[in-house]
Design a protein. Structure first.
Length: 319
């Protein structure tokens, strides 16, 4: 008897992110050449990426582009849009002033990621479906670097010395406005958003947005029932800095400009994110709209917001 020569391809789940340069959505691995051409390394060599292409990550970690038409014919979203998503957004300062505490800053993000990855999906009782957690990560110095946009959280790698490097100045306004606008265009009433802004300095190099424009954007998003925006800044002046950007005092945390202080605020941010995720599903109304907004998340989670006064910095002496 001859063996069966007909086969059906196994159903697999792949991660994919669309290349949309005009929306500052550039998937990791896509490189812009001097001639303005976008390329990505694949097992078959460097391949041109066109506007709108999807960058797919295969089962062995290989990455390759796929045209929008082929992608639409071949793939469908794992979760229905009506199920809702929990969007976690990290906007992290990578200017030169962060250099001496770069390791601790990476660990802030990595601690959060480890605690969220592998968690059972939160059951959304309004739809009797499981909600997906997705992550957007942006770092900024003189320029704004988008690492991921709405990437399934279990597929996001830890930050390391290559993916988080400190240099340049602080384009805080551009980073915040561009990132929040990118996420805003994706979010529905069934989704929730927890955005974290982490910086140790003040704005000094943005070219697109001023502070007043960022404040209007932040306040408009915080007025929505499914958005919570946190600000973590260095020193007591961080209270004023957060207020200038429109972030409520109850969602602001200050920390000492040291390795010890950075570790302390990292744990607080991770605890706040865990509290938010745990309580999120309970905040759905009968119509399935998310009501998870908080103007005082740290207080609700029992987290101290002033980590400056009395901060021990003894282990910073060797830095």
């Amino acid at each position: 008897m001859s063996s069966n020569t007909s086969f059906r391809k196994k159903p697999i789940i792949v991660n994919a992110e669309q290349y949309l340069p005009r929306e500052d959505q550039i998937p990791e691995g896509v490189v812009i050449t001097r001639g303005g051409e976008a390329r990505i390394a694949t097992p078959a060599g460097a391949v041109i990426v066109f506007d709108g292409d999807w960058i797919i990550t295969g089962v062995e970690g290989e990455r390759y582009p796929c045209s929008p038409s082929i992608f639409a014919q071949t793939y469908e979203a794992v979760n229905s849009p009506t199920e809702g998503r929990d969007y976690f957004v990290y906007i992290i300062d990578s200017s030169m002033s962060m250099h001496r505490k770069a390791e601790e800053t990476r660990e802030i993000f990595n601690t959060f990621l480890r605690e969220q990855q592998g968690k059972p999906a939160i059951r959304d009782t309004a739809f009797r479906a499981y909600r997906q957690s997705v992550l957007t990560l942006v770092t900024f110095n003189t320029t704004v670097d988008t690492h991921y946009v709405a990437q399934p959280i279990d597929a996001v790698p830890l930050l390391n010395g290559s993916s988080y490097r400190c240099r340049g100045m602080t384009a805080l306004n551009d980073a915040v406005a561009r990132t929040l606008n990118t996420v805003r265009r994706r979010v529905t009433d069934q989704d929730s958003v927890l955005a974290v802004i982490l910086t140790d300095g003040e704005e000094n190099s943005s070219t697109e947005y001023n502070t007043a424009e960022v404040k209007r954007l932040v306040e408009s998003l915080q007025a929505r029932p499914n958005w919570t925006i946190l600000f973590a800044g260095v020193g007591l002046e961080a209270w004023d800095q957060a207020a200038a950007l429109g972030v409520s005092r109850g969602n602001t945390i200050t920390y000492a400009d040291s390795r010890v202080g950075t570790r302390a605020v990292g744990q607080s941010l991770s605890d706040a994110a865990s509290f938010y995720a745990t309580n999120n599903a309970a905040q759905m109304d009968g119509a399935g709209k998310n009501q998870s907004r908080s103007f005082a998340l740290f207080e609700e989670a029992g987290i101290k917001t002033d980590l400056v006064v009395g901060q021990d910095t003894s282990d910073d002496e060797d830095v």
